[in-house]
Design a protein around this ligand. Sequence first.
Ligand SMILES: C[S@@+](CC[C@H](N)C(=O)[O-])C[C@H]1O[C@@H](n2cnc3c(N)ncnc32)[C@H](O)[C@@H]1O
Length: 401
Amino acid sequence: MTAWLSVIGIGEDGLDGLSSAARTLLGQAELIIGGERHLAMVPDDGRERLCWPRPLKAAIPEILARRGRRVAVLATGDPMCYGVGARLSRVVSADEMTIIPALSAFSLAAARMAWSLPDIETVTLHGRPAEMIIPCLYPGARILALTADGGTPGTVARILCEQGYPDSRMSVVEQMGGPAERRIDGIARDWPDGRAAELNTLAVECIAAPGTVAHPRLPGLPDDVFLHDGQLTKREVRAATLALLAPLPAQRLWDVGAGAGSIAIEWLRSHPNNKAVAIERAPERCALIARNAAALGAPLLEVVEGSAPQALAGLGAPDAVFIGGGIGAEGLVDTCWRALPPGGRLVANVVTVEGEKTVFECHQRLGGSLTRIAVCRGEAVGPYTGWKPLMPVTQWAAVKP
Ligand SMILES: C[S@@+](CC[C@H](N)C(=O)[O-])C[C@H]1O[C@@H](n2cnc3c(N)ncnc32)[C@H](O)[C@@H]1O
């Protein structure tokens, strides 16, 4: 099918900044769709217009109903960079669309800061909790963040202080590329109250306070960064477990019997598009999981309070399942195994003989590997050092054929 839908990126300089190809497509459109800000840039000449409804997906059927007619969508900056183009490409095939990008906010802000784009962290906090910036924090990190609104810079300043980066330099660039462009520079600890302009992009240069421990995105965070009541998969075992769960970008984990949520949180930290559900029956542990998730930069962790397997009903299909508790529950392993696609990973850790009996049966029935992990940590014994054993963990791991 020939292209009927034009997706045209536009900046704060409005029609003046459009290429002649973009102007032609806009000029020929029978229907123009955009946000209020975008539609205000186009003089009203009587053609049909549609302002994005909330939620935006409500407009999708209207757009698809025009298939074959000339429709132009105006989008901020680069429509394929956290923009509406990405959304439309899920329902309209590439050969039906002409996409003409303008400069993204990342490109504009990188130019303002004179930062090399591939050498920095880029993150969107638009429509997402500001805690999503936490996995990007490390000494010397340079971060460009798309923001939700004028309140985001203040929220990020608070997060930087809480995370041990109070001296970080912050720059907010408002309405880049237009006549009202303005830049505000400051330090996180002194960031003024009050809001920036609603359209802004944030640049952060992370400066750690003395004693701040930086957390890599690779699994195996220290145990003491998690709030827990003892039900925590310890660091050495956690790293080994995540290696077998093998998170790939955009995949979903079920963390069954999540305890402090450490496995799900490290799964999420490994890639911003990852998804995870923590299933935990004890309400006080659910509260710990939620607090750990926010503090460690995994605010999108879904916490489900309830007992598995019943609590698994209706959850989005997993790519990997970790069973850290409740393995003896009737039907649990089979429910998880059925939910996995081919290539999906199941890992179960047990510390009791009863748990071992279950995983031994599972191993015989479903295959995979059994591993015994016995960790001893060196600790002071008077003036000497001795080995303090942690409870040995038996691990069953299987990949669905
Ligand atoms: C949904 S994202 C869309 C990004 C867009 N597709 C792009 O390429 O820039 C919207 C966010 O981008 C940032 N942004 C977009 N245009 C901007 C501008 N001209 N000045 C400052 N920030 C801008 C803001 O953080 C805004 O909340």
